[in-house]
Write a protein that binds this ligand. Sequence first.
Ligand code: AMP
Length: 544
Amino acid sequence: MHGLMMNSPLTITSIMKHADRNHPDSEIVSVTVDNPRHRYTYREAFIRTRKLACALSQYGIKPDDRIGTLAWNDYRHFELYYAVSGVGAITHMINPRLSHDQITFIINHAEDRLIFVDPLIVPVLEKIIDAIKNVELFVILTDMAHMPETSLVNVRCYESFIGDGAEDFEWPEFDENTASSLCYTSGTTGNPKGVLYSHRAIVLHSLAEIAPDVFNLSIREVIMPVVPMFHVNAWGIPYAAPIVGAKLVFPGAKMGDGETLQALIEEEGVTLSAGVPTVWLMLLNYLEKSAKTVASLRRVIIGGAACPLSILIDFREKYDVTVHQAWGMTEMTPLGTVNTLKPGMENIPADELNQLKLKQGRFVYGVEMKIIDDDNKEQPWDGLSPGLLKVRGPWISSNYYKKEDDDDTFDKDGWFSTGDIATIDENGFMQITDRSKDVIKSGGEWISSIELENIATGHPTISEAAVIGINHPKWSERPLLIVVLKENEEVGKEELLAWMAGKVPKWWLPDDVLFVDEIPHTATGKIQKTKLRKLFKDYKFPSS
Ligand code: AMP
């Protein structure tokens, strides 16, 4: 027997309608190229969103069409989030920090029809335009007065595009399992892989996120997401905030700039922010140097990479800000765990509490998890036994978009293999101890070790190369290149790095090169990265 409840679809449109009706006066403040402090209300945001949706429909955008965005965190990107998904099309957020080859691959693979691009990112498209296949129109995210000169053809200005639309656009209704948005992850081997979100997943994830022991969101918060909107939906904040009516503050392209972040926090009364450790290091350095404060800030959510103890302590002791570590993945919309304490834990000794707070946290309702050993045997939750972390739940990918090759990432029982190695303690706190995937995370962005190894072994003097991530105080991790030379060959570190430059984005280049006699291998002949990481666990880069 079915229950007798209404079957209202859980769509992103329902979030927008709710916020429009219930929180019309909540503010959204943004930094953009054309306005250092743009300010409007949810009411105005959703009027413009309807105009944009209408303009998209008039242009001929149909359900399931992919619409690319190459944009920073601001109100126009927010409008695109809602308008594109609201007409039944798919908002495809593209990471402008990827290599030009990866961006080209992603745009062609997604078959984007339109791309909405920030003026600051137009030069990236100009460089790859000849390799882009399906894009019919580029819409530059600015007004007529600030349109940049560009060699792109078929270009329109966002404000004139939106001006074609009507305010009274009626949102179409559709099934909650309809695809809403698309984000590619380069945190795997091979080409970037597309994670296709659904309306239902986004709504359920948003509801989970606002809960007290998760992000604890309410209309009393002023939230500044410093995690980019092209990175897993800015951790879901642009969807969760309108549910509760929280004020939103978007820092635009200035996400790595301590001065801008401090000014926004102080002047807009930001109470809660979220981002990767590198961003907070920059802010803390700026506060230290400038002797400025962040009086309104109460909580910071840190994820994307392990949070160093120094950040946790500096925030707490110098600025009275509580840090909560969170863990998730692009494939998980992204939320998996958040480190919030259980009753009584506040009173445990300070050192122990610090160690507890460095764990990635407790699982959010909706995310099931297990850790398994090499024989697929589940490991106990004793805080000691590490295993490969697998997850499943309604906002976790069941497959990659247009996946061509078969792998064991998604198993037949519906579990997704995260590639992270973790322990889970008796209280359910998960802690990442290692990574089985062959990628390095620097400043919240992925570097492919395999690609670096392939390039290095292309050098005539190199017989074998391995790249591992080494802890770095500013970037979380940086690549270390370990090479074995061919017999009777020689090459200097600088010479090798100069030769590699230009073949990968500059920020991918290894911070150091070590010449060794031998690289350890597994029984099947693969480079044994776990052993290498152990061997070099105390290694420090010359400059760090
Ligand atoms: P992404 O899909 O780019 O969001 O990257 C997800 C991956 O980042 C995870 O599988 C982890 O390897 C890493 N990661 C995310 N959050 C954390 C964290 N709090 N601590 C350590 N690693 C993290």
